[in-house]
Structure formats: C-alpha cells, structure tokens
Design a protein around this ligand. Structure first.
Ligand code: SF4
Length: 253
C-alpha cells in the first residue's frame, strides 16, 4: 500500500493537483492552506442497489460461451459477427491484463486508438487511467481491463442496446473467469449497463454497489476521457479510487 506522500507524488506526476482542494477566505479573498487529506477511515454508505439477475438475451442463447477458456473465448470474439459493429471495426478489442486480477476495470467501448491497436484504454485516456491506477499502487498489468463492447461504434457514438445485449455474454464470461474482488465501472455507459439503470453517473459514483447477483462489489467513476475534458472532476475520481481501496480493505476484514 502506498503512503499518502507516495500517492501525492503520483498524483503530481499525473498533473492532478486539482484533487487537492484549496480554501479561499471569503473575507479577504486570500487563498488558505489546502484542506487536510481525507480520512481514509471515514465510513461510506453502501448503496442498496442490488439488481435482479439479468437473463442472457435470446440472441445469445446459441452462442454458448459458458464453457470457453480464455483462448477459446478470445478466438470466438475475434470472429464475432453478432452485431453490425463487425462491419466497421478494424479489429476486436478483447481485453488485457491479469487473468487473476482483484480489480476489473470496465469501460465503454473501443475508440479510434483502441480499434487500431486492439487494446482497451490506450491513447491519452489510457495514459490517464494508468496514472489513476498508479495513484492507488496498481500497475496496469496487475488489473484486467475490458469494455462493454468489443468493437468500436462508428464515430464513437453510444452503444445501442442491441449491441450491448449481443456483446454482454463475452464480458460476463470474462468476469466469471477472472472472479475479481472489485469491478471499477469507468464512465456512464459502463456503469449504467452493468447496474441496469439510467441513473446518472454523478449519482452512481461515491457508493458501493453489487454487480447483479454475483456478490462482486462495484464502484462507478468517471471515464478518463471525460476527466481530460473536465479536470476539476478528477478530485471525485480520486475519492472513488479511495473508496475502492477501503472496500477491498473491508473485504480483508
Ligand atoms: S461488438 Fe461484440 S457482439 Fe458486436 S460484433 Fe463486436 S464482438 Fe460481436
């Protein structure tokens, strides 16, 4: 576990000084000392958002990935034509990382860079995700990273429900193979689909959810691409990662 000082060094390296709030004396208008670091032992409410088991969509009943191991599953995905996205992809983006990871990071879908390179979370958003993980003492290859969709939607549009329905069994099989201790849902699309809700990401973050009936705890946070556009929100993502650490610590008893 990183010390607070080490974490701050990582954050500085990430350019995330915005995560340290500065106070302004409204009487004088002068800037005061930063607030003290948040107490990592502060209790956080656990959301009661357990959702019922979602049946496997009919469209997938014939696909049968339940018995596939990693290599067979990746081969199946690479050949998949279950939805129209196969016509516009450069390649599928299966996922990457540690097959026995405690942390499973799930994003939305491949973007341009991911489609070109065949790996999730590359490019600037990927670099920021790596830095966020480092801030909590994790190297990229210690976690597993996947997306809701394995193929890029044209022009990075939002995934369609039927595309998510077609692709979801692949992700569910990945989750089953990894058996992570924690899912970090990155961004609105990932969080809403995993939790089967339309609740805005701003209300989903900051709480501990359960991933359907698996017992796996899930924490939602903002997508790094959004954080690049809205750097002031980085502080909230830092809080979410702190919550994730506390959640794992509580699992350890
Ligand atoms: S997005 Fe998923 S379901 Fe659609 S073609 Fe790609 S791998 Fe298949």
């Amino acid at each position: 576990m990183l010390s607070r000082e080490q974490q701050l060094q990582y954050l500085e390296a990430m350019g995330i000084q915005a995560w340290t709030v500065r106070r302004v004396d409204h009487g004088t208008g002068t800037e005061q000392e930063p607030l003290p670091p948040e107490d990592p032992m502060v209790a956080v409410p656990v959301a009661n958002t357990t959702t019922p088991v979602v049946p496997v969509p009919d469209v997938f009943n014939g696909a049968d990935v339940a018995d596939l191991d990693w290599s067979a599953l990746e081969a199946r995905v690479s050949e998949c034509r279950l939805c129209d996205l196969h016509t516009s992809r450069t390649q599928t983006v299966f996922g990457v990382g540690n097959h026995n990871a405690d942390w499973l990071v799930i994003g939305e879908a491949p973007g341009h860079d991911e489609d070109q390179q065949g790996e999730p979370f590359v490019g600037r958003a990927g670099q920021l995700l790596n830095a966020m993980l480092q801030a909590v003492g994790l190297q990229r290859d210690q976690v597993y990273i996947a997306n809701i969709l394995k193929c890029r939607p044209p022009n990075n549009r939002d995934p369609k429900p039927e595309e998510v329905a077609c692709c979801e069994p692949y992700l569910l099989r990945q989750i089953e193979l990894i058996q992570p201790r924690l899912i970090l849902a990155v961004g609105r699309i990932a969080a809403q689909n995993l939790l089967n809700t339309q609740t805005p990401i701003g209300k989903l973050r900051g709480e501990v959810h359960q991933f359907r009936d698996t017992g796996i705890q899930l924490i939602a946070t903002y997508h790094p691409a959004y954080l690049l556009r809205s750097p002031l929100e980085k502080r909230k993502s830092w809080q979410d990662l702190q919550l994730a650490l506390r959640t794992l610590r509580e699992q350890d008893g």
